[in-house]
Write a protein that binds this ligand. Sequence first.
Ligand code: ATP
Ligand code: LTN
Length: 341
Amino acid sequence: MLKINATQKIRVFSGIQPSGKVHIGNYLGAMRRWVAEQQQKENYFCIVDMHAITVPQDPSQLKRLTRDLAAVYLAVGLDPRVCTIFVQSQVPAHAECCWILNCVTPVGWLERMTQYKVKSREGESVNAGLLVYPVLQAADILLYDADEVPVGEDQSQHVELARDIAQRFNHLYGETFKVPKLVLPAVGARIKALNDPTRKMSKSEAHLRGHAIGLVDDPDEIRYVVRRSVTDTGREITFSKQEDKAGVNNLLEIYELLTGKSQEQIEAHFAGKGYAALKEEVAEVIIAALEPVRQRYQELMDDPHELDRLLALGAERARGVADPKMAEIKRKVGFVPLSKH
Ligand code: ATP
Ligand code: LTN
């Protein structure tokens, strides 16, 4: 059995794809917790560029989005002194581990994944990478013996699969991987699109005006998008699980998360007010919360060399954990180690 050393910090692993404009859903669903808990934990935050290429990406754009996401990680407040921030493709063990895990993962498990079913329905042709996407995600997590994986709700199924893969490998080759725990936020696990509150806000659609609020959008854009967000024809401003109230509920959830007020306080505050007033206030709360993020992001983007230096440092630290783990995995599988002559 793998033992948990009581003096060791809980190890956290999570990642985001550099596949488009990072939005408040990514922040409220995942990154906010990373920042809040970083001092108590041992943190690995990855920019998963190898996952991003499972759908077509323009190479120069991918490069830009990768640095951009690194700047956003730092701008929201991740501290590189306590967080290992790195680019997935700069740590080759991820691809190597993925291959081995592919060989213990039944295809049936992968075909059942919701994200695969949706993305393969949308695309004209399905590449093999899209199918094994969750195996690469399992490799990311398992290589670091992560205790916790803090993500938004849409990733639950993938983290469950990583647990299944870990258990299967352990069963076949002996105790090797820690079985990670899925960590979801109590509120904000699924922020809805502002132009369609029946769907989740998505990075890959964030370029469509009205869909999302980017973490570094300017105040006028935020006001425009929130004012035009889809609500219903009613008047009541209350938290509700009713489908036709999803738009208002989404705005209230964002407000709740950013102000820290209780639902009762918020409902009392908006009692008797109309949707226009709600939207004005939500927009201002978002603008105020994002202002420092936008400023830090600008500063970081002005110095790409410093950003690349931090990423190189992150990759080195990540390799310090992933490489010895990879050696153990290969040994368990029966690969002959490279001789030192
Ligand atoms: P894509 O559209 O490219 O799949 P995405 O917006 O879903 O992008 P990911 O990179 O897949 O973003 O996810 C990064 C993190 O943000 C994950 O932890 C994911 O669960 C979380 N997340 C994504 N969208 C939302 C959302 N609408 N609400 C809450 N959390 C979200
Ligand atoms: N599939 C995830 C991104 C991701 C991830 C991970 C999240 C890749 N590897 C490891 C947590 C842990 C997504 O958000 N789309």
